[in-house]
Design a protein around this ligand. Structure first.
Ligand code: ADP
Length: 165
């Protein structure tokens, strides 16, 4: 049976931290769905279409014959309903610091009660990418700092373009 994983997030924009988690996730599943949340409440810098486009560009670099297939899809519903819709048996999340834990712990416990067949798996990025957060990358860029270590060159260009306007 095909193992399907779902990696959900806002990805505003996709960082080296996210890509690290995606590369690790690909070792665990046959098909990886990357769910890009509409997340209107978070007032994202990039519109949904831009976030999807960037994610697709980055994932295209990772795909190789024999490795997990990646699909990037938008979603605007309960995570567990979306997971059921794409037949995911596993939800993948990244853990950075202790601060992520509290939120993730609550969400996992509640999701478990919505559908106990779906397991949530937590992965940690390589130490170099562990502290990277989209929110901080945007802040650094806004004030003219160098974001080269945190995002790919393509994403960097997109961010700089946003702040030029
Ligand atoms: P959300 O709005 O769901 O928090 P994000 O795009 O911020 O969406 O993050 C998506 C997932 O990626 C979350 O599980 C988050 O913890 C994880 N993540 C983000 N950055 C990192 C990182 N540097 N290392 C490990 N996990 C990360």
């Amino acid at each position: 049976m095909e193992r399907v994983g779902l990696y959900p997030g806002t990805f505003d924009p996709v960082t080296m931290g996210h890509m690290d988690i995606i590369a690790r996730s690909m070792k665990l599943v046959d098909r990886l769905v990357i769910g890009v949340a509409v997340s209107e409440a978070k007032r994202p810098l990039f519109i949904l279409e831009e976030r999807i486009e960037m994610m697709e560009e980055e994932c295209a670099r990772l795909t190789k014959p024999g490795l997990a297939k990646i699909e990037v899809k938008p979603f605007d519903k309960l995570l567990m309903h979306f997971a059921e819709e794409v037949n995911a048996g596993i939800i993948l999340r990244g853990l950075r610091a202790v601060s992520d834990f509290e939120y993730e712990f609550q969400m996992t416990a509640m999701n478990e009660q919505l559908n106990s067949e779906i397991e949530t798996v937590f992965l940690m990025a390589d130490v170099r990418h562990q502290a990277v957060a989209s929110r901080l990358v945007k802040e650094i860029a806004r004030f003219g700092g160098d974001i080269t270590p945190f995002v790919t060159p393509t994403v960097k260009e997109r961010i700089l373009e946003k702040f030029k306007k």
